[in-house]
Design a protein around this ligand. Sequence first.
Ligand SMILES: [Cu+2]
Length: 605
Amino acid sequence: MTVPRVLARCIGAGVFVLVTLAIAVALDLAFGLRDYAYSALFQPAVLQAVPDYLRHQPESNFVISTSLAGESHRTREYHFTVGHVVGAPDGVERDMLVVNGMYPGPTIEVNQGDRLLVTVQNNLDERTSIHWHGLYQNSTPWYDGTLGITECGIPPGQSLTYNFTLGEFYGTTWWHAHAGTQYSDGVVGALIVHPSKEVVGWPKWDEDVLVQMADWYHTFSTELLELFMRPDVGLTGTPGDEPVPDSATINGLGQWQGHGDYFTFNLERGKTYRLRLLNTGSFASIKFSIDSHQLTVIEADSTPIAPFTARYVTVAVAQRYSVLVKADASPTESGAYWMRSTMMTDMFRYSKWGVNTDVRGIVRYKGESDEGALPGPTDSPDPWMEDKSLPFVDGLSTLEPLEELPIPDATRAWRVQYSFQKTWAHEWLGFMNMTSWLPVEGRASLFNVQEDTTYAPQGTSTRGDEFYITEDDVYVVDLQVSSLDDGDHPFHIHGYTPWIMAVGPGRYIGQEYNIEKPLRRDTFFIPAYHYMVLRIVTDNPGLWAFHCHIQWHMAQGLLMQIAIQPSKLAQWTTPPEILAQCGDSYAPRTLDSLLEKTSPPEPRS
Ligand SMILES: [Cu+2]
């Protein structure tokens, strides 16, 4: 390229920027889109390679040990320090919140029935808590790690040791901050629980590895949240338009506008690998595939399923799948193949400059591929999109459990509806049974119920910004959930792995249950304007959050609580060190404070 040409390009680019700016200013004047224009036009300018402390993770963080399985029950200890770092997972530097300086954070590996002790030191300037997604916390509901529900949060500078047994639970899951939107900024990691007995009927594999995928933002989550929650205008001028991610990562590495890096697996030809796919992101579903390799799905969340071979698997936020991959693809010149994490854009409600939805990693065959060789062009289309000879797995797929265990008949049912509404304070909020959740301040609802079981009386009740379904005895309960919203939502229930009994279009108005072999999973994709029926047995006392896992929707209040056996909870003693962290504001809830809380907000002038 000659110098004048470069100049011409620069001038061309300058004119483009000026014209775009002029349009943006005009739009701003016309529609008040200041922040939208800002976020769409300007990207952080500082680009750098991934710093060492984030890039060179111990390999063991993504490789599951085979030696652990079969060991006798024991106590396993981990030490987490939550802190700020500057990182650049996709090549764009930003402030992050991470555990032990790592993104993703340390992988926890335990056996079914073990006791897990995790001491969490909070080096942030705000409270934090760590939730162990999918675990039952049977008889330890105060260690569920949900701010405002099971704890008041670890204050800055303090620590808390979470101490619980895994009980019956085994499978692939993860841990993450459950305080505001902190996990969007990086406080996430995998949690692998080996079954104490071999799962009958499961195929075998040689190696076991993690593929942690997450959407990624260049802006700190609280900044995005502030814009997103603005009355009347939200982020874009249309309230409810969720922040669109800039890119995504695979095991902490992604690409954006020619920057970033590729996470690489080195496989041995002929071996079978179990890939544990996790979506630890905040918003986008991610479609995973590997060029020239089929995926045999064997686990959904933590439930073994009958092997099902697919060309790609779409993982909604907080869901997990295990897939078997045989390293037997036809040799190629590069000896390498693209691993693709494609963000689904159907929930992206505005276009944002520079977004990379086509995020990749590399699968390399040992001895056939030179380090550094790319599998092919970085803009090559996904070959599986051409080849439709195999089915796929997504949020609507009905997967069959491997083990057909008897399912108890329901003895009770509750209806739950959710929607988004504009409030009279001009906020755009999420409502579950007419209530938009806010965490109780300086308190946790679990402690409120322990002090006074009438806080969440049998049946349904509303306390300020909390909605409860309460069962004070052991029943088999169906939650008949109806989405009145035009968006898809990956819902999660704490403390349980419900059976998915039915799903279909429209509201639930008494339709026959339509799933022949119900699957148990803890995170379920409820499509727009669909119903879903979830069955639980109320034998696990606690205050369990039931919420959409999209971080923006949870922040909008799309959360309700299932209060199980308050009478029993009242007899249990929460460890005093947890209560002590509630601080000075910890005080019994009086009727006055409740009335104050429920009084209408001031109308806007
Ligand atoms: Cu949602």
